[in-house]
Ligand binder design. Structure first.
Ligand SMILES: Cc1cc2nc3c(=O)[nH]c(=O)nc-3n(C[C@H](O)[C@H](O)[C@H](O)COP(=O)(O)OP(=O)(O)OC[C@H]3O[C@@H](n4cnc5c(N)ncnc54)[C@H](O)[C@@H]3O)c2cc1C
Length: 494
């Protein structure tokens, strides 16, 4: 039997049973909770209105970090919690996460003097219980040649994902399958009711790859919809003491110089914030922004100037390989209406249970600490769930991922047919952006500067559409329109 049941089988299964829990939102928080509840032996459905990890969880810096930045606002509680989460993730998930030295580059005339930063790094190390490598000063270092100016650097240790953030999300989902676990991407929950007499939620969900609407029944609902949590709660008139403030984060990617191996951190001069250059495969991601916004779907800018201020070689917008935009969900009280710089808001996650109905909402939550959030939600869920039958170990996916070549990339990428059969991959965008890193590593979402990769993308579409030429062309046309709108037009307007 294949590790993942077909979409038709999963849709049928979603209709014909009462789940112990339905999780709305397949980002890192929903996915990690899904894994946890599945392993506790419950019948669980995970639903995402788009692809798994298509929200904020595909836009992170992929760092598992102790929250150094929050030290600046003296949010010591967050630093303590994130440092603990980082260290336990390194301990327990060594195959997915590895410790990594970071370099804080100081420039002549920087607002924060070298020794102030060193003091801060020592405080950070101390709050992290001395678990990581101790901070150190370095007068000279290999990346110095890339910088516009340098007055030495300070090194300290964090951790990074060994895979992309999207694949990290998938790794929680893919091993679980029928009969107890049902994961459906492209399945949007848009309403429903709680039948008090039966103690069951009846959720209305739209199969966005077909035309059907399905009813999904569950004793408990957990809202893990990230920046859309408030919208989902509003559709069900859920009460909560929290809501989300939204903070937009953008990275722009450039070709990575071969000697840029360590993440570099620069003072940005604004709000005491920093800019980073994060090496990732053939690219280096420059960013992020930290901008308060009112709406989850707004756009980008300002990073090129910052980059040209810090690095020696001038970058032009034509050099940009990819944009990476995401919106951070930050938990605040419902009556919060201040206009503060997002970095000053607490990064704690929050969990709220509706006073009348079995519905749990999650707020905040990062890659770092996703297992902690899942553990806390699992405890909050216990009053609504039957005693679990048995705690099962996480099933292992059989065999290695078959790989194939893609022009312009040195290393082979996962095979599209395999991604379709085993990893819920439905569209060209799923494949290029989340099953592989092609869309982030090659120009214009993998199309190439002059559309030179079109024949390869057409072949991928055919594999995903099981040889149906018409469906494949429609998928390709959709993707090209998306690149024109989200990359070409954005850079033209900048
Ligand atoms: C620029 C940037 C850099 C970051 N870097 C880091 C980092 O280095 N380390 C770190 O730990 N954290 C980082 N973060 C934070 C982290 O990425 C996010 O906090 C985290 O990914 C949020 O995950 P989530 O599961 O809550 O939300 P999401 O990933 O957004 O998932 C929510 C999901 O809910 C789905 N959904 C919404 N409405 C519905 C509906 N009606 N029905 C079904 N599904 C629905 C969406 O499609 C989406 O997939 C960064 C964030 C940003 C923006």
């Amino acid at each position: 039997m294949s590790a993942v049941a077909s979409r038709t089988e999963r849709l049928t299964a979603a209709r014909d049973r009462i789940f112990d829990a339905v999780i709305i939102g397949g980002g890192v928080n929903g996915a990690c909770l899904y894994d946890r509840l599945c392993r506790e032996g419950y019948r669980v459905a995970l639903l995402d209105r788009g692809d798994f990890a298509c929200g904020t969880s595909q836009a992170s810096a992929m760092m598992v970090w102790g929250g150094l930045l929050y030290l600046r606002c003296f949010d010591l509680g967050s630093v303590y919690r994130f440092s603990r989460a980082r260290d336990s993730m390194i301990r327990e998930m060594g195959d997915l996460i590895s410790p990594r030295v970071f370099r804080y580059c100081t420039a002549p005339g920087a607002v924060l003097g070298k020794y102030v930063v060193l003091g801060g790094l020592y405080a950070y190390w101390l709050i992290g219980h001395f678990n990581r490598r101790h901070p150190a000063l370095e007068a000279h270092y290999p990346e110095e040649r890339l910088l516009a100016q340098s007055a030495g650097s300070l090194t300290y240790e964090e951790a990074v994902l060994k895979m992309s953030d999207s694949r990290f999300v998938l790794h929680w989902i893919a091993p679980h399958t029928l009969p107890r676990a049902v994961a459906l991407n492209y399945c949007a929950v848009d309403g429903g009711d709680f039948a008090q007499s039966e103690g069951v939620w009846r959720l209305r969900a739209q199969d966005r790859l077909g035309t059907s609407q399905i009813e999904i029944c569950s004793r408990l609902v957990v809202n893990c919809a990230g920046v859309w949590t408030d919208q989902v709660n509003a559709a069900f008139a859920i009460q909560s003491p929290y809501k989300h403030a939204l903070s937009k984060g953008v990275y722009i990617s450039f070709p990575r110089p071969s000697d840029h191996e360590i993440p570099l951190i620069f003072e940005s001069g604004a709000h005491g914030d920093v800019m980073t250059s994060v090496p990732w495969g053939p690219v280096a991601m420059w960013g992020p922004t930290e901008t308060a916004i009112d709406d989850a779907d707004q756009g980008f800018v300002f990073l090129l100037d910052q980059r040209n201020r810090c690095l020696k070689a001038e970058s032009r917008k034509e050099d940009i390989l990819a944009l990476r935009c995401g919106v951070r969900p930050l938990a605040v009280k419902t009556d919060y209406d201040k206009d503060v710089y997002p970095l000053e808001l607490s990064r704690r996650f929050r969990i709220a249970t509706d006073p009348w109905r079995p519905w749990i909402s999650t707020y905040g939550g990062k890659l770092t600490g996703c297992t902690m959030l899942a553990a806390k939600v699992a405890v909050a869920a216990r009053p609504f769930l039957p005693s679990p039958p048995t705690v099962v170990p996480r099933p292992r996916l059989p065999g290695a991922v078959p790989r194939t070549r893609f022009p312009g990339l040195e290393k082979p990428v996962p095979d599209p047919a395999w991604c379709k059969a085993r990893e819920f991959c439905c569209t060209l965008e799923d494949y290029l952006r989340r099953r592989t890193n092609i869309a982030q590593w090659l120009p214009r979402g993998g199309l190439g500067r002059h559309d030179e990769n079109l024949p390869h993308l057409r072949a991928v579409c055919l594999a995903l559409a099981d040889g149906d030429g018409k469906a494949a062309e429609a998928d390709l046309a959709r993707y090209r329109a998306q690149v024109a709108e989200r990359f070409d037009a954005v850079l033209d307007a900048a």
